[in-house]
Design a protein around this ligand. Structure first.
Ligand code: 13P
Length: 322
């Protein structure tokens, strides 16, 4: 296997900004816009964003944003969440077709049927879902707070957890709670394989292996740390090792390198390839980001009543998160 090894960032400076990046920064200033970007988007976009983070950090940043225009580089439901939390702002996104298998695998009707079957259950939905699922939920969670949120629900209550069955099963293991899991998954994270990861660990002298909780259990079991993308940064910061193998979307490594410029990162192989990328996140190109800032399109446009219903469980999450 040809592993992708990223040397310490301090020894490998980034090239100067491209013309497109410079134009994005100019237009951002002219329009007074705020650029929010998920840890999984193209490094060229991360480098011009005002805030780069995980889903929880991005939700908080969107809610507290003072700008009248937010350009959100991520996937559609992340931009929707920004709009729901900050309805007075205009929210534009580089590519409205950027979605996710989790969203596709959990239409609102599927959750509605589960609620009918378990009418007394509390519904905890992972933020990686469509607005229709959010409207039917009691509490939203992210990978960074799912465990904490489930632990706060009284022990006698049944809990429906959707749409990620792997994140849900990790929460079950860590909390000791039985959840009613709906069967969705992230197509990128289920492509990792425990044997491939074991071999990578061996190839790099036992370097710590870190994965996202959307990975299946056999993969999680060979990892030293299972956590959200933001927690990957704090884990690698405090761990004594100088190199880490990262089993999540490889663009995350750009953020890790910038935050921890002395450390070496290795992309975990997946399905025989040296790294895994998210095809939907990569629909966010610098050119499309420039275009959406220029033309204010595509723009998130949701009915006010829909946003009001979806906002309640998201706000509940923010109240319940430390
Ligand atoms: P976090 O943003 O919570 O780290 O999750 C990343 C993600 O969306 C995985 O698909």
């Amino acid at each position: 296997m040809d592993y992708t090894v990223y040397p310490p960032y301090k020894d490998d400076p980034r090239p100067p900004f491209s013309e497109t990046q410079k134009r994005i920064l100019e237009l951002k200033r002219e329009r007074g816009a705020l650029i929010l970007a998920h840890n999984y988007v193209d490094p060229q976009i991360q480098d011009v964003a005002d805030f780069v983070g995980d889903s929880l950090g991005l939700s908080r940043a969107a809610k507290s944003a003072k700008a009248e225009l937010i350009a959100f580089a991520g996937v559609d439901f992340m931009a929707e969440t920004a709009k729901i939390l900050n309805p007075d702002a205009r929210v534009v996104l580089p590519d409205a077709s950027a979605g996710c298998s989790l969203e596709e695998l959990c239409p609102a009707a599927k959750l509605a049927a589960a609620k009918k079957k378990y009418p007394d259950a509390v519904v905890v939905s992972y933020i990686n879902c469509g607005v229709g699922v959010k409207e039917l939920s009691d509490i939203i969670c992210t990978s960074g707070n799912a465990l904490d949120i489930v632990r706060q629900i009284p022990s006698g209550r049944e809990i429906i957890f959707c749409p990620d069955m792997n994140l849900g099963s990790w929460v079950e293991e860590e909390s000791g709670r039985k959840l009613i899991l709906l069967d969705g998954f992230c197509r990128e994270h289920v492509s990792y394989d425990a044997d491939e990861l074991r071999a990578a660990k061996e190839a790099f002298g036992g370097a710590p292996l870190i994965c996202h909780p959307e990975c299946p259990k056999p993969v999680r079991d060979v990892c030293d740390c299972v956590c959200s993308t933001e927690k990957m940064i704090s884990y690698c910061r405090q761990a004594p090792s100088d190199k880490f193998i990262i089993a999540t979307v490889a663009e995350m490594i750009h953020r890790l390198r910038k935050e921890l410029p002395d450390k070496i990162f290795i992309a975990a192989p997946a399905a025989g390839a040296p790294a895994r990328h998210c095809r939907d996140m990569l629909k966010n190109t610098p050119e499309k980001l420039l275009d959406c800032l220029e033309n204010l399109s595509p723009e998130i446009d949701l009915p006010p009543e829909t946003m009001d219903r979806a906002r309640r469980p998201i706000e509940r999450m923010l109240q319940m998160s430390k």
